[in-house]
Design a protein around this ligand. Sequence first.
Ligand code: FES
Length: 203
Amino acid sequence: MTFHPEMDYQAGLHVSRRELRKDDGPFAFTAENRERLERIAAHYPPEHRRSAVIPALYLVQEQQGYVSAGAIRHVADAIGCTPAEVDDVVTYYAMFFREPVGKYVIQVCRTLSCALRGAERVTAELSRQLGVTVGGTDPTGTFTLMEMECLGACDRAPVVMVNNEHWQECQSPDDVTRLLDGLRTMGTAALTGCHLNVEKSRD
Ligand code: FES
């Protein structure tokens, strides 16, 4: 008995070969990042080199701020898998951005505890003050607004995370002005996470 009439279950793991999104230019790791990738990949047996996909994508994002189609091809080549398999990982994990984002990615939790405590009103106020809808970046390229699933601090809802580590808990719409002003005032000093190196290098 087989589960699918056309799938060759004897051929080993299914390998995705679907088409990728449109090309947006070439990408290559810097010599330093290529070295870092090789050090990471050395932790795995050669036949499992593809297990380095997530750290490789973090390196991409640190280098250019998001994961382009060109970067997906480069990573696939570097770790020995198909671009579609790398794209599957990029698509699955919320911490990887498929398009350029602002210096600060403001992520509002929308899961139950935060929703019950007014996260939607916080998002609406952020949206109003920044002049963007969820998923958008303000015209200055400073802020991107996103909604996220549970950020793991439900007892302090509603929770907002800026980039990867900058937490704001028990937020209300009245806190939004202070949050945005604080980030603007602190500039690159407020940066955490993947954008740290990208933005610091632009100073
Ligand atoms: S529901 Fe928002 S942090 Fe868990």
